[in-house]
Ligand binder design. Structure first.
Ligand code: NAP
Length: 290
């Protein structure tokens, strides 16, 4: 029930109607019995600054940021966390001392299933990352945090790849980072201990597509981890191929849940939030429940 004291959270993007964040956040809020609501805000790029001023005026507690505002929001914030600076994008904003503070919980979300389920020594790990867009930046930062021996990013556009490489400067992330074009894949797959798809290839409705051919996937070492950031369909063709060659598979749903849980903890200033309820709400919404 909305009351006179209801606190406002939300997500800004354009378009934003496909966002799954309201589903999982409102499920968690209901479970916790909080007088709070999480709302989608479609904000056109030219209205971003005035929208953020409006958020200050009406006392919004915090919000998520999605495409196309993840970089554009940076100059409008008073403080940016080191991880968001490293990634170069903000997905979570909170209010502190009447100022907007930005961070990035995608890295934490990406790492969560790796750290909880497959806790291993990552120092010998060769990570091969398919795609060099926004999500790939969080994955690179995550792999650097794990201490991977090599972080190999595959892209199709040499200019964008070079820009991606150069954008990390002399940072910790840049140390073991190399970029390659797709034609290097046959050489790189047999070395991969962690193979991450950050491209949208295989996403609904083109569910039969995969960034790799079955033959390329066949060279992935057994016991390698294949991680697809896509969460619908579940599993993707990429993950089905990986299962067939004996790899461990992780889908994108857990990253989505965990980045959301990390954001909610920040806004509510709580150490724990009902992650299971958030996961369950998403699975139900996506029709993944039996
Ligand atoms: P993005 O910034 O548009 O990046 C997409 C990347 O994929 C780009 O490098 C693009 O190459 C490459 N790509 C696209 N189509 C390709 C093709 N046919 N062949 C080869 N490369 C191709 O998008 P994003 O924000 O990183 O998101 C990527 C995917 O991750 C989406 O499916 C999204 O749903 C998913 N995601 C999931 C989560 C989660 O929580 N699970 C979080 C973030 C993103 P160019 O740069 O050359 O165009």
């Amino acid at each position: 029930m909305i009351t006179g004291k209801t606190k406002l959270l939300g997500v800004i993007g354009y378009p934003v109607e496909h966002s799954l964040s309201p589903v999982m956040h409102n499920a968690a809020i209901a479970q916790l019995g909080l007088d709070c609501v999480y709302v989608p805000f479609p904000i056109e790029p030219q209205n971003l600054e005035v929208a953020i001023q409006g958020f200050s005026a009406v006392g919004v507690v915090g919000f998520n940021v999605t495409i196309p505002h993840k970089q554009a929001i940076l100059p409008l914030l008073s403080e940016i966390s080191p991880i968001a600076k490293a990634v170069g994008a903000v997905n979570t904003v909170s209010r502190k001392d009447n100022k907007w503070v930005g961070t990035n919980t995608d890295v934490e979300g990406f790492l969560a299933p790796l750290l909880t389920t497959y806790n291993r020594d990552w120092s010998q790990t060769v990570a091969v990352i398919l795609g060099n867009g926004g999500a790939a930046r969080a994955v690179v930062a995550g792999c650097a945090e794990l201490g991977c021996a090599k972080i190999l990013v595959i892209g199709r556009n040499t200019q964008k790849l070079e820009e991606f490489r150069n954008s990390w400067g002399n940072s910790r992330e840049a140390k073991n980072l190399h970029v390659h074009t797709w034609d290097s894949l046959p050489k790189l797959i047999p070395q991969a201990n962690l193979l991450v798809n950050t491209t949208p290839i295989g996403m609904y409705p083109k569910v039969e597509e995969s960034p790799l051919s079955a033959e390329e996937m066949a060279h992935l070492p057994r016991q390698a981890i294949a991680y697809d950031l896509i969460y619908t369909p579940n599993p993707t063709q990429f993950l089905k191929q990986a299962q067939q060659v004996g790899a461990i598979t992780i889908d994108g749903l857990e990253m989505l849940v965990q980045q959301g849980a990390a954001a909610l903890k920040i806004w509510l200033q709580r150490d724990t939030v009902p992650v299971d309820v958030m996961r369950q709400a998403l699975r139900q919404h996506l029709g993944l429940e039996e």
